[in-house]
Design a protein. Sequence first.
Length: 414
Amino acid sequence: MLSRLSALVAHFPPFLLPLIFINLTGHMALSGGRVAGSLYVLKTGHAEYLVGVFMALFSAIPVLTSLSIGRWVDRAGAPKVMRVGISLVLLGAWLPVVHLSLPALLVTAVTVGCGFNVLSVAAQHTVGHLVADATPAQRLANFGWFALGHSASSTFGPFFAGLLIDGFGFRVAFAALACFACVAAWVVYTRTRGLPAPHADPESEIATDGEDEVREVRQQPNVLDLLKPPEMRRIYWVNMVMASSWDLFIVMLPVLGVRLGYSASVIGTVFSLFAVGTFAARATMPWLSKRANEWQILRAALCVIVLAFLALPWAVFAPLLMALGLLFGSAVGMSQPNMLSLLHAASPPGRGAEAVGLRSVLSNSVSIAVPLAFGVAVVPLGVSALLVMGAAVFASGLYPTHQGVLRRRDAQSV
């Protein structure tokens, strides 16, 4: 088994393994911190709507900055941007260790969310260009391996946070998560030298006049140009649907768990099983990429997501909730590698990181809207009604994924 794993890792493109490890350790402060912070808000007697506010703050700054970060990566390259991102994650991760309070946690949410988004946009763009002239299957496989780091941290972060909270308290849990951020910082500063160079600046064009003098003409790229191709519009819409399903599950679970009287360990375990599902789905992506294209995978995943949300109101016992969390995680886990693969294939030359940045803007916009809407609507409507309404919204992604399947089939038959 170990020999097979070693042989597999040996065939990874350069820098893929460090990027996976950065994604894993850097995300621990966010995945575990969301659970620990939510439980702290609820356990200290604060209103339930503050859980939605806390969750939304992780995405507040990324909504405003992701597009600029993508353009920054296109110009300056990934290593410099990643160092800035991990520095912000470190600052936010250690803040509740030094001073544990609700205001400190709100600042932590803003800082860690912003920092990891900077780190993530740079890393995702880099993975898309690790192999020159990569086939769609190769690119999807690389994104699948990269996303395993995110899935692993989503598994272990909530689980460790729940255990440490029950055994040692909130401050120890936050300190452990901050130590993982320190490991990520060490990898960023020591193992990212020599990453692929940035593309030519998409904001510049070179023109030569009659006297053979070269002059540079600066043109501000219009982000709306990225939305002109129908393929890009389909990608972004399905991405928003997938992101909203993920966010609704994440913000719903602590409230539902506390209402049902579950301990932090049980709630953390449900989160971890959800993440186990995402890990398992992404682990199969290199195999699945040879047997189905991205749109086919996304169509099947959306069907499972809709069915899971329709069944969640009936999951009043922990084992049923855990099983649905695992199933839902398996479906939603397929979204990121497939969306990134489609995005890198469809984005204009030299604007790949900007396209990733726009994806982050849209995803983080959803990550703000969904928790806030949940916080406002959970009291008058109840959790069950919101889950059914969510399933109806998520079903809106089935038509564009089916269109994507048909267009891919038509293109291959030509």
